[in-house]
Design a protein around this ligand. Sequence first.
Ligand code: SF4
Length: 389
Amino acid sequence: MTPPTEATQSYRGFEQGPIRPPSEARSLLIRVSRNCPWNRCSFCPVYKQTEFSLRPASHVLQDIDSVHKHVNTLKREFADSARSVPADLDRIAGAIPREELAAFEVAYHWVFAGRMKSVFLQDADALVTIPTQLIEVLTHLRGCFPSVERVTSYSRARTIASRREADLKAIARAGLDRIHVGLESGSDQVLKRVSKGVTKEKHIEAGLKVKAAGMELSEYVMPGLGGTELSKTHALESADALNRMNPHFIRLRSLALPPNAPLFAEYQAGRFDKCNDVAMAKEILTLIESLDSITSVIKSDHVLNLFGDLEGTLPDDKPRMTGMMRAFLQMEPDEQRLYQVGRRLGMFCGISDMQIPRAREAAESACRQLGVTAENVDRITDELMTRFV
Ligand code: SF4
């Protein structure tokens, strides 16, 4: 691949991509490439209708320099301020040239909300960048912000697997601490059906390479992706892949189907039978029960997940975590419906929140207003979920 240069692309100003992992909500986002080089996963609507492109390293360095300049201004202006939110921000922002406002706003958010602790490299696959260029970006970033505690990125397993071990180690040494990989499923049947473009074995190879290079491995699993037909296989094969990788983090991000995801058309045509929340809870229970002899931290830090408070470290917290799904599955159907709707509307984070009188009353009121019944609860919760995709 020929690296892009300033001669082939002109600088378009400071750029931000559309997404980052939930755990990077307070991070500085630095865009090293645009969109997704694969872009064929049928459940993913994020980059459809867009084209992938690399950004020249010199442009990314300009973005970092812009943020650095504004961070220094903010630190200087508020060095003596006891306020957590500056009172005369308008005065400072008013003096910023229009073309620099985007970088200024990002710097402001990072200084005051993020405390300048972490950075996330966008978009979907930062490691597709030529290793020497990525190292140049990381070195410059670390030089500008030496107190940053964590730099992370997304990457595709196929890209990681194609990188030389020496390059991955050099990237880790230059300052990339953690890579988030979308495993989605450990089942080859599921991966093929959703056009993930990666096999289970390739996922395992890539995950082990990330760890061997000295970086943290964070694997995203997508409950529901196998539909009802492949639900059990999806859970068991995913657990097997994770058992063989022992990632530092296992993160859950449940399937939701917005109309602009190609899988939605399959669903509408009757070729994909979506799991409802009860089936999803059974699947997550099977997944976590099947995780064995590993020490990963499990996180359920996505708003789409049925159990928002599902979190713990294996193996010690496994009984407590599986107890959450069992508690849901043992509920009376009307209590299950109350939890589903309350969770999807943000009134409950976990099952224990059903004991909070105000939250429970709000969920009961919402169920009445929406006219929730046994027949329509799946449709209503699906509609509520697509608001977050
Ligand atoms: S690789 Fe990631 S960003 Fe790209 S299409 Fe698949 S899920 Fe979406």
